[in-house]
Design a protein around this ligand. Sequence first.
Ligand code: SAM
Length: 378
Amino acid sequence: MNKGSETTTVSTPPQSATTEKRNETSAQRLAAPRSRVISRLISVVSAVAELLGAGNRRGGLVILAVLACGAVLLPVFLLTVFISANGTSGSAVLGLMLGLIVDLLVVLLLLGVVTHKMTSRRLATLTRSLRDLGTRTSNLEMSLGEQSEQLERQAIAAAATRAAVGTAVTDVGNRLQATQNLFALVSPRGPVPQMVGYVAAPDVLLVLVQKFLSLRPSLAIECGSGTSTLFLALAAQQYGINCRLVSLEHDPAYAEATRALVADHGVSHLVDIRHAALTTTPLTDHSGPWYDPAAFQDLHNIGLAFVDGPPGDVGPQARYPMIPLLADRLGNPCAILLDDMTRADERVVAERWMTQLEGFSYRYLPLTRGAGIFTRGC
Ligand SMILES: C[S@@+](CC[C@H](N)C(=O)[O-])C[C@H]1O[C@@H](n2cnc3c(N)ncnc32)[C@H](O)[C@@H]1O
């Protein structure tokens, strides 16, 4: 209970203080309009003084004082004039009234001019503020426009990045799955080179090995040696396919590297890696070089050909000569796998081959780098 009463005493202000506060507030409330009227009067007087003094308030105040004196003196003067002219009380009142009317008219005129001046000033200020607001709004509009354009550009870039990331993820997934499938078919006995860059991608190697296993050719050739050479040799070994494997390689260092690779995997005896320098051809519809004819002179009844060389930087349509030079060495059944069809050059090569290959049908394979397969009898 004690605690409660203590709280009440503390929270309630003393009666006298409250009354004082209330009185103060009402006094303030009463004083406010009065002070407003006074300050309004002062501002009108100072505006009139400024107007009369043409900007010089002190001079204006002097003129105002003179005018005020004039306003007082004018009715007195007219009163005196009218009395001395007629001498009647009626003319005295008339003189006084005339003086007061003139005073009133002057005051009204001054007030009108001052009000006009103040309104014009306010209008000018308002116009300036509106102009400022307009400028700020148009600046804001411009910056909003720029920001929205920037956002649009960022959205386009983000969409492109999303698409690129999506493609990259799909590509990695495809490579992973193709590698697993390839290794399920053929088991290398040690590490194999990374299947990126110049090396054939896992999905085209998988198609190559599958075609090799289904055709079981007696002669398989390839243009451009490397990891593909190893997988063909391993497939021949692991599936007991009695096939002559010939790999044409224009770069002696790369031929040596491929020989070392197949040796590492114990399949050197199953593949014939031939260094074949690139030389000019007798072809009239192609100007670039191809493998030295001495390297493919003895090849007949080709059952499978993997065309992955010469590399594109040798010249335009660098792989084209293969069909015009070896068409009469192709067997039946036969499959020709052309890699890197995502390149325009290889697509032109495929189109030209289609007009030259007899009895072959063609299919495009949407692999990592695109491939085209020409088949006859299989
Ligand atoms: C597309 S690569 C052949 C790849 C091969 N079929 C494979 O699966 O590894 C075509 C030719 O490019 C050349 N080559 C391979 N790797 C290279 C490299 N890192 N830099 C320059 N040329 C390379 C070789 O002469 C090869 O015959």
